[in-house]
Structures are given as C-alpha cells and as structure tokens.
Design a protein around this ligand. Structure first.
Ligand SMILES: Nc1nc2c(ncn2[C@@H]2O[C@H](COP(=O)(O)OP(=O)(O)OP(=O)(O)O)[C@@H](O)[C@H]2O)c(=O)[nH]1
Ligand SMILES: [Mg+2]
Ligand SMILES: [Zn+2]
Length: 306
C-alpha cells in the first residue's frame, strides 16, 4: 500500500502523484464514500489517498485520509447531488468579471459563504478590467470597496494584458483553489503567472480541445517557488450546501456581526421584532449582499417544501 496526492480529476479518471514524482492513473474503489457527503466525486484534487495495486495491474484508491477542509457545491441550487471542488486548501482565489461574462454578486457571495462555512480564506480577483468603460470602472470600484471593507482582499487585474508578477506572492507557499465562472480567465491567469515554469502534473495536455480552451477537468499545478494552484472547470451556479436557516447569516460577515444585536438569537432577519439587521439593509449592509443571503434562504425553503 502506498500513499499519494490527487493531482488530476476528470470525474472518472483520477491521477495520483506518488513520492517518487510519478503519476498513477487510479480507479476509485466502488464503496469508497465519505460518511455524510453525497457527492458526484468521492475523491477530489488535493486529497491525500491510500492506493493499492491490484494483481491485474490496475491501481485502486482504497482510502481517503482525513481532510483538513474542502470546498463543495451543489450542482444546481436544488439538486441533492454535490461536487467537491478541491480538498486541503489554504485559500480560494475567486476570479470574477463584471462583463464578458457577467459574474453575478449572488455567485460571488455564495462562494464566499461556502468558504466561510469551511473556514477557508478567500481573495477576489476582478479580471478583464481592460474591457471596462468609464461607468463600469466606477461600478468595479464600488464592488471592490464593498468586498475589501468586509475583509476580502480584492484586486483588479487584466490577466491577458497586464504584468501580473506583483500578484505572485499571493500564491507562493500556499495551495490555492482557483474558481470562477467559465471564461473569466482562470487558465489565462495561471499561464501569465507561472507559464512555462509551472510543472504540469500530467501530459494529458489540452490537445483535445483545439481552439476551445475550456478547462474540462481539475488539475493541480506546482509552482517553482513552492505552493500549488488548482485550476478547475468554470462553474455556472453555486448552490450552497445544507445549511440551517439560522446558520446562513453566520457566513455573511456583516450580517453575522450585526445579528448579535437582534432580539431573538435565532433571528433570520426577515421581519422579526427587534431585528438589528433588516433596518441596516441599504445602510451598512449592501442590498446585493442581503439579496444573496435571501437567495440562500429561499433555496432552503424550496428544498424543504419540495
Ligand atoms: N480582454 C481580456 N480577455 C481575457 C483576459 N483574461 C482572459 N481573457 C480571455 O478570456 C477567454 C477565456 O479565458 P480562459 O482563461 O480560458 O477562462 P477560464 O476561466 O479558464 O474558463 P474555463 O476553463 O471555461 O472555466 C480567453 O479568450 C482569454 O484570452 C483579460 O484580462 N482581458
Ligand atoms: Mg480554464
Ligand atoms: Zn435579525
């Protein structure tokens, strides 16, 4: 029996990096399920696993070592199936674009709430700023100020045209999950940052998607300076996991802070007497953040009455 690190996951195929630097194609033992998690992928990039070679030459993943953390999302808002984006990470870098494509604030906030729930620090990178006109730049500034004020480091970049070297230090020495909608520039940024010097974990290169560069599987890249970045296929929506209604507010920093002043300790800020949060929407709570909060609450309601 050997131990290794999952560095590629296509859904069906899993590549495991061994201590000698080789990558083995592994299958997942059928009954391998983590208690309490119903996910489409029992094993994710970043997982440490035990593997066992079988007499017929195939290698099986027989065990997943305890995870420090993981980021999981429901495939769609109401589906029961979920997908683990990555495990054992130090931070999430969320790449967003105001335009081309539009990243909704709901998407941003749902991902941030999930990161809070799993206690993973998050940073926001606003990409493609070269495409913004004057009024969009104002909008960007406002959005960055909002997230910065909540304690999420926020940076404006143009992965395609700018020198992104000054960003490098954000990634060195850490394992980062790079997430965001499809087409926001995740793979472009990784290339700009680490390009040729980056160790590809496999030679299943992107040859199959000529012309189209959409990432179709998750892959961990090792940085020459130390650390790793996990490039993932873009996600469309971000359904949060089973949360209790009273719990959702804990994952919105400003709602959590004000919520401690609510009269009822289980206040969900939907009109209860003595609520300290609702009167502040439009004041010290941004309406877009409260909308995102409500959207998660309404998912929980719908799931319950379905
Ligand atoms: N104008 C502009 N275009 C960019 C920028 N960064 C990336 N792009 C373009 O956006 C398109 C999508 O970039 P990708 O890096 O493939 O996006 P991705 O997030 O990896 O997409 P998925 O793999 O589908 O999730 C490509 O045509 C890039 O050239 C930027 O800063 N400015
Ligand atoms: Mg990509
Ligand atoms: Zn309240």
């Amino acid at each position: 029996m050997d131990k290794g690190l999952v560095v590629i996951s296509t859904g069906s195929a899993v590549g495991v990096l061994l201590a000698d630097g080789s990558i083995v194609d592994c299958r997942i033992k059928g009954n391998l399920r983590i208690a309490g998690i119903r996910s489409t992928n029992p094993v994710a990039v970043g997982d440490e696993v035990s593997i066992e070679q079988q007499p017929d030459g195939t290698t099986w993943i027989t065990d997943i070592l305890p995870r420090r953390n993981y980021i999981i999302r429901r495939s769609t808002n109401l589906s029961k199936q979920s997908h683990i984006l990555a495990a054992n990470i130090d931070q999430v870098a969320l790449l967003v674009t105001l335009n081309h494509p539009v990243t909704s604030t709901t998407f941003i906030d749902r991902l941030l709430a999930t990161a809070e729930a799993y206690r993973v620090p998050a940073i926001l990178l606003f990409n493609k700023v070269d495409l913004l006109d004057g009024s969009e730049r104002d909008q960007l500034k406002e959005l960055m100020e909002l997230y910065q004020s909540l304690g999420y480091p926020s940076l404006a970049i143009s992965a395609k045209y700018d020198d992104v070297n000054s960003l490098k230090h954000k990634f060195i020495g850490k394992t980062t999950l790079l997430s965001g909608n499809s087409g926001v520039g995740k793979s472009t940024l990784l290339n700009a940052l680490f390009g040729e010097t980056m160790t590809r974990t496999a030679d299943i290169s992107h040859a199959h998607d000529k012309g189209m560069h959409t990432t179709t599987f998750s892959e961990m890249y090792f940085l020459p300076e130390g650390g790793a970045v996990i490039d993932t296929p873009g996600v469309k929506g971000f359904g949060t996991l089973d949360m209790q209604k009273e719990e959702v507010g804990h994952y919105f920093r400003e709602i959590f802070a004000l919520g401690r002043e609510c009269h009822y300790s289980n206040c969900i800020h939907c009109g209860e007497p003595g609520c300290a949060v609702l009167p502040e929407v439009g004041g010290c709570i941004a309406p877009s953040r409260f909308d995102s909060y409500l959207s998660i609450l309404s998912d929980i309601n719908e799931a319950k009455y379905r």
